[in-house]
Design a protein. Sequence first.
Lengths: 151, 198
Amino acid sequence: MSEDSKKMANTGAHGMKLTFHAHPSIPSDEFVSLIEDLLNSVGDKVNEMGKVLIGHAKTFITTPHGTLKVNLIDTDLGAETLNRLSSPEVEEGEMKFMCVLMGLSDHEVEEIMEESLESLKDRMELKIEEHEHHEHENEHQHQHDEHEHQQ
Amino acid sequence: MIICQIVGFLGSGKTTLLVQLGSELGKEGKKVAIIVNEIGEIGVDGAVIDSFGFQSVELTEGCICCTLAGSLQNTLKIISKEYQPDLIIIEPTGIALPNIIKKMVRIAMVGEDAMYTIGIVDAFRAEKLFKEAETFCRTQIDGADIVAINKIDLIEDGVREKVSDLVRSITPKSKVVFISAKQAQGLESLLELLREAS
């Protein structure tokens, strides 16, 4: 077996941690739909590239009034949601967003995720808090600790 | 102290199963420690697990069967010494190779009484996954103590039999159980294994 299972599986991965602020605040049901759309957008983009989504796209959101977990593992199945938000509206919180996709590079996965996040920017201000790349298999190497995505 | 790894392909339901097993054993008074590994630099599963009242140790940006093997061994040593759990559950990445993790745990010499491997198979996607990622899917369940065929709430009986036959052809000596981790169905055999051992 290979010394590096990630290379052996031909898998690209990327994860990011963001904070978000919505002004005005977003009704919880609509917020959940926005996040489900975010995950479904990842699947659509993979399909547009002519690939089959083999992997896992997932996000976990923490707000002052509960948490939201949304996963996408199969576009036929759609996004799976565990909604534990207790407030009727969502104003701010922290989001962890991660994708592991076979047949794509780390950089391709990152691009898909960043493109998918565009859909949220009409409704909320996003700030990527941690976004450090130590190595991307010689594709590129960069570092941006406070990379702001604002409307 | 028992060490158990829950191994399965990306999206097979490892975290959901871990939370269910950990919750049940915790209620019974077992001290459960959790090590979760994510391949990306920012993990999600650790936060999910912690939101259910656990305190997990998250190892990110690599796989504990290869690039993070040293981190796994150090973490096992610290947890076993400082927390003295009855059970350590390890959730590797979805592309981890269980035999290598087993070897890494053995080399760490933390004095475990036994180590078990639970292999988990996503019944809903099994056909697709075994076609696209056969090597991993086979390696991850081959030799497992128990193979849990998960997401049975999403499949019909015919699919269930097909997946079961496939699993038995790969790892004939493993016990096979059918579960829905999401709905906490069929978990008794898995709990029994961990209860008796710890």
